[in-house]
Write a protein that binds this ligand. Structure first.
Ligand code: F6R
Length: 241
């Protein structure tokens, strides 16, 4: 695990965007794994700027998002489909057919999870997976548990996660309590992983991820097993290291 500590959120966003941009320049047909949440918003903004300046294009890029709330329609303003369009896809030249996000309205969830895994494999596997980290150490929506869940699956969200994500909703009651998420094996199968963490509320999770033992109680700790992980943390998130 390679740790890069930067001053603040702006520096983090620029560094992350540079890593993603170089991936796309080196391999225009890159398969990217993408995340939602507050942390990557600045990275997406930087990538949009680079695209507008003509530095990078996404015409051949394929993307797979980590997760989607279960029960939310793609049009729902709280869905991760909507989030990705708003913060990224609407402003780049990605081909709609190359965008994959789990279907939160799937009637047969197991079939949807299997379909998602199959699509990733058929695309050739993820070249670079972008991750955030939950305050409880979750990656994707792999919540602290007694075992690592391997592949894409339906998750019951932790109360901590529901509380943390309530800021995006009008009230906590509106936060879905389930999501479809890539599993730990799906994430570990990516060729490269880039994890971003900003702010002091992530410091404890970052400390445990880097220095703690590998345990499903702190899902991000499993990244210690991956040969090519870059962690970009701002000073606040790296404060306990
Ligand atoms: C989002 C995701 C989550 C977030 C995490 C951090 O697709 O999978 O693991 O990365 O909850 O969220 P923020 O960035 O909002 O602190």
């Amino acid at each position: 695990m390679q740790l890069q500590v930067v001053k603040d959120y702006d520096a983090l966003s620029k560094k992350a965007a540079h890593i993603l941009a170089s991936q796309i320049i080196l391999k225009p047909k890159s398969i990217l794994g993408l995340a939602t949440g507050s942390t990557p918003i600045g990275t997406y903004r930087e990538l949009i700027n680079m695209h507008k300046e003509g530095m990078i294009n996404f015409s051949e890029v394929v993307t797979f998002n980590l997760d989607e709330y279960y029960g939310l329609d793609v049009q729902d303003q709280q869905s991760y489909h909507y989030f990705m369009n708003q913060h990224f896809f609407n402003d780049i030249d990605i081909v709609k057919e190359n965008i994959y996000i789990p279907n939160g309205k799937a009637v047969d969830v197991d079939a949807e999870c299997q379909r998602y895994e199959k699509s990733i494999k058929e695309a050739g596997g993820i070249d670079l997976q972008l991750l955030g980290i939950g305050q409880n150490g979750h990656i994707g929506f792999n919540e602290p548990d007694v075992k690592f869940e391997a592949s894409t699956h339906l998750v019951n969200l932790d109360l901590d996660t529901i509380k943390a994500n309530a800021r995006f909703f009008d009230s906590i009651d509106e936060v879905p309590d389930q999501a479809i998420s890539m599993g730990v094996k799906t994430i570990l199968s990516s060729k490269k992983i880039l994890l971003l963490a900003s702010g002091k509320n992530k410091a404890e999770a970052i400390y445990k991820m880097v220095k703690g033992k590998i345990t499903p109680k702190l899902p991000a700790s499993v990244l210690q097993l991956h040969p090519d992980v870059v962690v970009i943390a701002d000073e606040a998130a790296a404060a306990l290291l």
